[in-house]
Design a protein around this ligand. Structure first.
Ligand SMILES: *[C@@H]1O[C@H](CO)[C@@H](O)[C@H](O)[C@H]1NC(C)=O
Ligand SMILES: *[C@@H]1O[C@H](CO)[C@@H](O)[C@H](O)[C@H]1NC(C)=O
Ligand SMILES: *[C@@H]1O[C@H](CO)[C@@H](O)[C@H](O)[C@H]1NC(C)=O
Ligand SMILES: *[C@@H]1O[C@H](CO)[C@@H](O)[C@H](O)[C@H]1NC(C)=O
Ligand SMILES: *[C@@H]1O[C@H](CO)[C@@H](O)[C@H](O)[C@H]1NC(C)=O
Length: 232
């Protein structure tokens, strides 16, 4: 019952998120039609990333605008349990100009380049506390200061666990291989024994039948003999 309930709720949850996605798409389309060529902010195809603790991750974000940019303001924020922490911010005065960036986090490095409309950042030496949502925000004054943002989710996994799981996978596959091979060997052995026994049985049958033939022959011979003796 409990498992049924949980699957039911997860399915409806998925459906709800699907509905949300649809509404989001419709809204995005409407907005897109409403303001053709407006600013777009994107974190790329992958909106979440799993990284090992202690590693350094790239939080990607790009912008594009057909109507052009002027004094584009952008920032990166971290959603720390509801409160938004600003990690860095900058202004791109004109298309192609390198941004003036101020970084407000000791492990954040701005690695973007306005030549490629890139406002990505690096987050160095991540810990489990860095897990969560990162928001790339941009506002183009050319568009009546309309706000644009894209969300990137970071998941931090334990390096040891990662190694353990790969080790476990290797051990399990090796064990599985060995067990599989021994089972295969046993099956082959059983088959061979089975066929050898069958051959033996056939031989026995042949022997028995030939024995019968012999006895029959013997009998007929005996009959012949018995028939012959009275004749003789
Ligand atoms: C992060 O990974 C290291 C292994 O490189 C491990 O020793 C350490 O305990 C991990 N940190 C935390 C907070 O679990
Ligand atoms: C997040 O905030 C809620 C209250 O707003 C608190 O109960 C919870 O412990 C917080 N979680 C973390 C991870 O700080
Ligand atoms: C990241 O960690 C390495 C080694 O622990 C250290 O040398 C480096 O300065 C750290 N980088 C930052 C930005 O904290
Ligand atoms: C943005 O710049 C970073 C650092 O140079 C690079 O690794 C990343 O691939 C770039 N992203 C895009 C979408 O160009
Ligand atoms: C855009 O975001 C800023 C906060 O960063 C807010 O003050 C402003 O009202 C927002 N503008 C619109 C049009 O939503």
């Amino acid at each position: 019952m409990a498992s049924l309930d949980s699957t039911g709720s997860s399915v409806s949850g998925r459906m709800r998120s699907g509905d949300l996605l649809h509404t989001g798409l419709v809204v995005a389309l409407l907005l897109g039609v409403w303001s053709v060529g407006g600013l777009e902010v994107s974190t790329g195809k992958v909106s979440h990333l799993e990284a090992m603790n202690g590693s350094t991750v790239l939080l990607p974000c790009t912008y594009s605008s057909c109507i052009g940019i002027k004094n584009l303001y952008f920032n990166w924020q971290y959603n720390d349990n509801g409160t938004m922490l600003k990690l860095c911010e900058g202004v791109i005065t004109i298309e192609g100009a390198e941004p003036r960036v101020s970084v407000e986090h000791e492990r954040v490095e701005f690695v973007g380049s306005s030549k490629r409309n890139n406002i990505s950042i690096l987050l160095w030496n991540i810990t489990f506390n860095d897990e969560g949502e990162y928001v790339c925000f941009a506002r183009n004054p050319k568009e009546k200061n309309r706000n644009h943002s894209a969300v990137y989710t970071l998941i931090v996994v334990d390096q040891m666990k990662e190694v353990e799981t790969t080790l476990t996978t290797i051990i399990v596959s090796v064990l599985g291989g060995v067990i599989g091979l021994s089972i295969f060997g046993m099956v082959v052995k059983a088959l061979v024994v089975h066929f050898l026994l069958k051959d033996d049985e056939k031989n026995k049958e042949c022997l028995v039948s030939s024995g019968n033939d012999n006895t029959e022959n013997g009998l007929s011979g005996a009959k012949a003999d018995t028939k012959g003796t009275p004749k003789a």
